[in-house]
Write a protein that binds this ligand. Sequence first.
Ligand SMILES: C[S@@+](CC[C@H](N)C(=O)[O-])C[C@H]1O[C@@H](n2cnc3c(N)ncnc32)[C@H](O)[C@@H]1O
Length: 303
Amino acid sequence: MRPESGMRWLMGTSMGAGLLAGVLLMGGGQRPAVMTVEPPTRAAEQPQRAVQQPAHAARLEAPTATLVTASVAAGANTNDGVDSDGKQRQSARPWTGSAAEFEYPGRDQTLQIEWVMDALRIVPGAVVADIGAGGGWFTVRAARRVGPRGLVYAEEILPKFTNYIERRARREGLSNIRTILGTTSDPKLPANTMNAVLILNAYHEFDKPLSMLKKIRAGMKPGGRLGFIERDDYALRREAREAYAKTGKIKRRVDERPDNNQYTDDHRLAREIVEREAASVGFRKVLTSSLRDDHYIVIVTRD
Ligand SMILES: C[S@@+](CC[C@H](N)C(=O)[O-])C[C@H]1O[C@@H](n2cnc3c(N)ncnc32)[C@H](O)[C@@H]1O
């Protein structure tokens, strides 16, 4: 995250949320046969602003789950920190700016956060982790949802954010929040504990994503759900599909080009990359759904 971009980064207004497309890999062996699913047309890429989320999610569930399972069976690159060219995986610079930047008006609607919590099965009494929690925007929402019988772990690599969240929890009277100071390879979650985990606009900053995912998985209960909310666009998805079709390996690239949007630098990560990296450490995909303003959510589960 570029500090100078501040709130503008979060307020992306560029158009185009996607329908799903991907690479369907069939058969076993080192270099599987590759069948490319026709990419969506530009028209089909227009945002689905009035998505009836639960129905939408159900509609997407079956075909996308097939795609990701097949790609992993074909042998994705699980070499953490190194992409298919042997270079360091690209990640965005971690955000070091103000926690207040994440509190912009309308974020609940843009991210459809109530639906997201439903889809992650965050219910009263649940135990939840917010990984890369920043100022705790999601932490406090999850804490209100799980109530006094539940618990929310707010994990960060920067003490300034864990300190901020502790002050915020006191200020907002939320006694069911615990902070964790993690590292870039280990969120230090208690084992086998989480019913739900969300990585909100942070996964593109992880420079050791697979190490993080393996540890997150170990912190989850069987049947628990993990969500990733990121932003992408059609060009980035196509690039990810083409790189994978060519090499059979995940090529991670975060798009840090400033776009023409006055509110945002890009910091986009193709949803295909998230799906494949999650699958490569053993998660099973539940759904991928477009949110607003180019955001999407990928939800996976620990069986
Ligand atoms: C753009 S901020 C998003 C904050 C918050 N999730 C939100 O959306 O309101 C990304 C956060 O991820 C954190 N981060 C980056 N790499 C991380 C890692 N490997 N593990 C945990 N947090 C990380 C950064 O410190 C930063 O606070």
